[in-house]
Ligand binder design. Structure first.
Ligand code: GLY
Length: 362
């Protein structure tokens, strides 16, 4: 088992990465906590796949877990859904010592984290991410949120889990497009922090797509370790943590303009990374080989590299409204080489315009 630690003083926790460990979750919990009650929050389909293994492990260590099922899809990330979960928790007589387990992808993790952060002023929760995207990104680092009709992740809190348990077996039932979506974030880690990871991805495309377990273990562990080191330096995103947003400035605009229906998050980020790399060339930070290398890798994973039918002016307008931009400045994370990036404020709009117009040509 790979055991990583994220060091945040009294909010520190472990990230356990292995196979066949869902039945041991009860033991892992008892090593660090003594909850009065355990509630699993998940989707019905995930309960069918993994519920028995987790629940029987919890029963073996003396708990009778309750399960709260929430509907699949981004619409569950709402204050209304949180309220429904609070209702169930109060019916179940949950108290401040109750523990929530988020079993699922980003929607379940973000909703459960936010519920844990706010129920009776904050209770413990652990993450059991079941998608590649949530394993390498959203389950680690303590960003929790729900959406507001006026914007994604508008209501939330920084609230760290007590433990993250990643069972790589969960990836074997993951739809292929979701696997690709997660790989986009793994490519991101290579570009922002680790050339060795990037080269590994370039050399192992087929092995990764066919879920070779050693490859998966390496990319998940390396990605989580990179994220952990970044979050340790800047837990609440005063600036440095923003390097995790490489590709996200363009990517969020693409998601917003297509109403979150055309592209998965990772797909929009894939396009956004290509555009950011092109902007880096325009800004004189790198040469043309860099966007080419990033584009080739993303394409090899079957990820999109350009958005069709979106107008440059709409993309720029949407970026201006993104909550990640401060003081009305457009902030970009731009690569200088593989493994090295820079955060640039106030990029000239003419440069962005030119990248958006020319990216249709690649
Ligand atoms: N997903 C970006 C972050 O956790 O900061």
């Amino acid at each position: 088992m790979k055991n990583l630690k994220i060091d945040l003083n009294e909010r520190s926790y472990d990230i356990l990465i292995s196979r066949n460990i869902l039945s041991k979750v009860g033991e892992f919990i008892l090593n660090i906590l003594e909850p009065s009650r355990i509630i699993i929050i998940t989707h019905p389909s995930l309960r069918k796949l993994f519920g028995d293994e987790i629940e029987s492990g919890l029963v073996n260590v003396g708990y009778s877990p309750n399960v709260i099922e929430i509907p699949e899809g981004e619409t569950s990330k709402s204050l209304r859904q949180v309220e429904l979960v609070y209702d169930r928790m109060l019916e179940m007589k949950c108290d401040r010592k109750s523990l929530l387990i988020a079993l699922g992808g980003g929607v379940v993790g973000d909703l459960t984290g936010f519920t844990a952060a706010t129920f009776q002023r904050g209770i413990s929760f652990i993450q059991i991410p079941t998608t590649l995207l949530s394993q390498v990104d959203s389950s680690v680092g303590g960003k929790t949120a729900v959406n507001h009709p006026r914007g994604k992740n508008m209501i939330g809190a920084f609230y760290q889990p007590k433990l993250v348990v990643i069972d790589l077996n969960t990836l074997s039932t993951l739809p292929k497009n979701q696997l690709r979506g997660g790989l986009s974030e793994v490519v991101k880690y290579g570009v922002i922090a680790d050339e060795k990871l990037f080269v590994f991805l370039e050399n192992n495309i087929q092995n990764i797509l066919s879920l070779d377990i050693k490859c998966l273990e390496y990319i998940v562990k390396t990605s989580c370790a990179i994220k952990a080191r970044i979050v340790e330096k800047d837990e609440r995103e005063s600036k440095y943590r923003m390097i995790l947003n490489f590709g996200h400035t363009f990517g969020h605009a693409i998601e917003t303009l297509t109403n979150y229906t055309e592209y998965l998050h990772g797909e929009a980020i894939s396009i956004g990374m290509v555009q950011a790399a092109l902007l880096s060339v325009e800004s004189g930070l790198c040469n043309k080989d860099l966007p080419k290398r990033i584009t080739n890798l993303l394409k090899a994973f079957g990820l999109p590299i350009q958005a069709h039918d979106l107008k440059s002016k709409d993309i720029i307008e949407s970026m201006r409204h993104d909550k990640k931009n401060s003081h009305n400045k457009l902030r970009f994370v731009l690569p200088k080489s593989i493994g090295s990036i820079e955060i640039i404020d106030d990029v000239r709009e003419t440069l962005i315009q030119s990248v958006l117009d020319n990216s249709k040509l690649i």
